[in-house]
Design a binder for this molecule. Structure first.
Ligand SMILES: *Cc1c(COP(=O)(O)O)cnc(C)c1O
Length: 477
């Protein structure tokens, strides 16, 4: 299996060749040359597999340059009940992603029982083990540089902690994250984890990462890499739980289901789109946004109009506060019939701060066959949904999952079982839960009192030269 760029001008690469990189040289995103097709007989054979075995069946179609025995060992080590036992006390950790049924036909797929209580662990834990494997083979080192407003940074640090050949330099906005999120990252004792609190906003931190990445000489000398959401390894790992959720919610492969996905950078739902292209019987893919509704607008009207960071609202589902959906280009590539020239035309406008409108284009008529629906949720809707799900079913959901439930219940075709993806646990977003329910969310035992642990963090001005000096002084020699 080779990977090509959505902009059509980069040479094809293998899975491991793109694993440690980011964008393709032509500025596009990597996608498989063609999607592997899953036959009905394979679906039947996969229905009762364990998560790790299912992950092997799915990912061995994509990671064809990793020897099967090695891939199997990596997946067995990644998807264990031990790693995914941090969620609710009554969850079945052996399922890795247990399905919680609210009423017959309406389910929540638990994706947040990993070490940092958000779905990002599902892919990031695998990435950590794949990086370690690849670096070990090449006797190489990698220094991961990233910026986080919360969930990505902690998921990356927990996935890379203690890993041979890997260091993490994670920038976060000083004083802007919750006490819990700070404690999750800053309390890690591992020598290879470097927390840097920037005196500024998330965007300042992000700009510093971009500036370092654009200094190609520095990047090469210090072996800088990233783990942002465009990483193909992350997207491919997320495909697995769509299969797992489908099998758990149905009793035969003749049935169709609807998935509802709280969306920001379009990474999670992009994996659902690919599962559908592979032949998983998905009848509806429901995209939920918060007040930042760029993607909802596109699926309703055909207009893609990124707002710019100045017009991105800070909301109570902060992990969905995006101005540009970085993975969306992957879907558009499929939508325009895999025409790289068309994608280049659209993104020459987006990259210049503009927009594009597919109404009037040929692909507008093809949109329906991809089975997307969409909707948006507001702070008011979010609190109302958290309250209703709590009162009716005794289940506490986090603000992002609440957005998915609100839009999913509104947009679903009643004939289809609805599977809402749970993207985080309520313990991560205490403030909003208290506002909605006037009580504290349950906190997993492993995280009791983490705010009281000693913290390791360096405070830094938003200055690229200071950051570069810090990196060069702290990379392993
Ligand atoms: C990252 C994240 C999202 C958004 O996922 P995308 O893949 O960026 O669409 C939603 N909810 C939570 C809790 C997240 O951490």
């Amino acid at each position: 299996m080779k990977y090509i760029s959505t902009r059509g001008l980069s040479p094809a690469k293998t899975f491991t060749e793109i694993l440690l990189g980011g964008l393709a040289p032509d500025g596009g995103l990597y996608l498989p040359e063609e999607y592997p097709q899953v036959t009905r007989a394979e679906l039947d054979a996969w229905r009762d597999l364990s998560y790790a075995d299912l992950a092997f069946e799915v990912l061995s179609r994509f990671a064809t340059d990793i020897p099967a025995a090695d891939l199997k060992a990596i997946l067995d080590k990644t998807y264990t009940a031990e790693v995914y036992s941090n969620g609710r006390a009554d969850s079945d950790a052996s399922q890795i992603t247990p399905l919680r049924t609210l009423v017959p036909g309406v389910h929540i797929l638990e994706l947040s029982n990993g070490p940092t209580l958000a779905f990002k662990d599902m892919a990031m834990q695998l990435l950590g083990n794949l990086f370690e494997y690849a670096l070990d083979k090449q006797q190489a080192e990698l220094n991961i540089l990233g910026a986080t407003s919360g969930d990505t940074g902690s998921a990356a640090e927990y996935a890379m902690r203690g890993k041979r050949g890997i260091s993490v330099f994670m920038l976060s906005p000083n004083g802007k994250m919750s006490a819990f999120q700070r404690a999750q990252m800053y309390s890690l004792p591992d020598e290879n984890i470097h927390n840097i609190a920037i005196n500024g906003m998330f965007d300042d931190a992000q700009d510093m990462v971009k500036a370092v990445s654009n200094d190609h000489a520095f990047k090469a000398q210090y072996k800088i890499g990233t783990v942002n959401s465009i990483n193909w390894g992350r997207v491919s790992a997320q495909i697995v739980y769509y299969f797992k959720g489908y099998f758990a919610a149905t009793s035969s492969n003749d049935e169709q289901v609807a998935f509802s996905v709280p969306s920001g950078n379009f990474g999670n739902i992009c994996a659902g789109h690919i599962a559908q292209m592979m032949g998983l019987p998905i009848g509806q893919l429901i995209l939920a946004t918060n007040e930042n509704d760029v993607l909802d607008e596109f699926f309703r009207t055909g207009l893609y109009r990124p707002r710019g960071t100045d017009h991105t609202y800070q909301t109570s589902s902060p992990s969905m506060d995006i101005s540009k959906a970085s993975n969306f280009e992957r879907f558009v590539y499929d939508l325009v019939g895999r025409d790289g020239a068309k994608v280049r035309e659209f993104w020459s406008r987006v990259d210049a701060g503009g927009e594009f409108d597919i109404k009037g284009e040929e692909c507008w008529h093809d949109l329906a066959k991809f089975k997307f629906s969409s909707g948006k949720s507001s702070h008011f809707d979010r609190l109302k949904t958290i309250r209703e799900i709590w009162e009716e079913y005794g289940v506490m959901v986090d603000p992002h999952t609440a957005d998915g439930l609100k839009v999913g219940l509104e947009q679903r075709r009643p004939s289809l079982p609805l599977i809402c993806l749970e993207t985080a646990l309520p313990a991560k977003f205490e403030e909003t839960i208290i506002e909605a329910l006037n009580c504290h969310p349950e906190r997993p035992a492993a995280m009791a009192g983490i705010e009281n642990l000693p913290q390791r963090v360096v405070v830094m001005e938003a200055d690229v030269q200071i950051l570069k000096a810090y990196i060069s002084a702290n990379v392993p020699v």
